[in-house]
Design a protein around this ligand. Structure first.
Ligand SMILES: C[S@@+](CC[C@H](N)C(=O)[O-])C[C@H]1O[C@@H](n2cnc3c(N)ncnc32)[C@H](O)[C@@H]1O
Length: 352
């Protein structure tokens, strides 16, 4: 908030991150006070907005709330819950970022045809110990699950929307599988169009121990220490919607349009998530394939790397994760690494 003394309803709605009609409703319930100009127009003071914000923050984790406060907070919750389905799974929201604690297969809070770019890394089905997801399905079930979320992503994208999918090239454990080729074919069968594939050289060449048949043609193993980023789009490759403003530098454009990217992977230990990708990956996808102000979705947001990249590049970021602990981790990373401030929050864990 700046130092302006009073705000119009529209400005107050923007500051609080709610609609003008919600402003009227919360005002009517006595949760927000306004003053009238001589011409009878409503104005809101900074103090009244601060007071309301404090009240709504406390809702997330009330510390010994008084009866009065509890009643007020319940009223706020009621107002939000009747307002719109949009808030249903909302875990966290600030001006440019939303995190939903939800299953991408069931989420109803995001409208179809509303997303400019999806950047994501889905579960690889390699027995990673996630909190809330079984990462060791049989391959057929894994492709069944993949088909379902790909369909959701397809529907959520605008007609000129794009998707950058970070997936493994193949699977070597428990039977060889052509994961990248299979997922690309599935996506195409659902209507996605193929654009290109970036090979990400993670530089994580660990000491090889599994060679299959050492120095023999009998059954050697071949392992590529790289991952793929498959670039797909919904209907048209040429972008028509959005601000038209690109923020990519000349050197970045030249380097990143060469489809072999070399940078290190991210440390699980440092991040506190079993499979994070480095922020560099979504940053490159976002700057190369979206305009400033575009809406970016990560349906498997994990530790929030995509949201950090959105925050740093002035895009609107929406993240979904089925696990509440990872939603909290994303939020904390935005606060600690992204420079997001508590006062930027709109609703914090209102349904947490
Ligand atoms: C590979 S990780 C994503 C990591 C992320 N790119 C990062 O940098 O932290 C996959 C994430 O998908 C989440 N997940 C699994 N199934 C899900 C589903 N059905 N809906 C939403 N999230 C899901 C897991 O909890 C996990 O955090």
């Amino acid at each position: 908030m700046n130092n302006k003394i009073t705000y119009t309803t529209k400005e107050a709605a923007k500051i609080l991150g709610i609609s003008p009609s919600t402003i009227y409703r919360i005002e009517k319930r006595g949760l927000l006070s306004s003053i009238k100009t001589p011409g009878g127009q409503r104005r809101f003071t900074k103090e009244s907005l601060d007071e309301y914000l404090n009240l709504s923050y406390n809702f997330a984790a009330p510390q010994n709330p008084s009866k009065f406060k509890e009643q007020k907070l319940n009223e706020i919750a009621e107002i939000y819950s009747v307002e719109t389905d949009e808030k249903k799974d909302l875990f966290f929201e600030c001006e440019k970022i939303r995190i939903y604690n939800s299953d991408i297969l069931n989420i109803s809070s995001i409208s179809n045809d509303s997303i400019d770019l999806i950047v994501t890394s889905p579960p690889y089905n390699v027995d990673i110990q996630y909190n809330s997801h079984n990462d060791s399905m049989d391959y057929e079930n894994y492709l069944g699950f993949t088909k379902k979320w790909l369909k959701r992503c397809f529907d959520l994208l605008k007609d000129d929307g794009r998707m950058c999918l970070n997936i493994p090239l193949d699977k070597n454990k428990g039977g060889q599988q052509s994961v990248c080729a299979d997922i690309t074919c599935l996506a195409k069968s659902l209507g996605f169009k193929y654009h290109s594939t970036v090979i990400w050289n993670e530089q994580n060449i660990s000491r090889r121990t599994a060679w299959g048949s050492w120095l023999s043609a009998r059954a050697p193993y071949v392992i590529a220490p790289v991952e793929a980023i498959v670039i797909l789009y919904k209907k048209e490759w040429k972008k028509k919607s959005g601000s038209g403003i690109s923020d990519i530098k000349k050197e970045e454009f030249v380097e990143w349009t060469n489809g072999v990217w070399t940078f290190c992977g991210e440390s699980k230990k440092r991040i506190g998530h079993p499979a994070p990708y480095p922020v560099e990956l979504p940053k490159r996808c976002i700057k190369l394939f979206s305009f400033v102000g575009d809406v970016i979705l990560d349906p498997f947001v994990g530790s929030g790397s995509t949201l950090l990249a959105c925050f740093n590049t002035n895009r609107i970021g929406i993240g979904i994760d089925i696990d509440k602990k990872y939603c909290e981790l994303s939020k904390q990373r935005l606060l600690n690494e992204g420079g997001l401030k508590q006062f930027d929050f709109k609703i914090d864990n209102i349904y947490g």
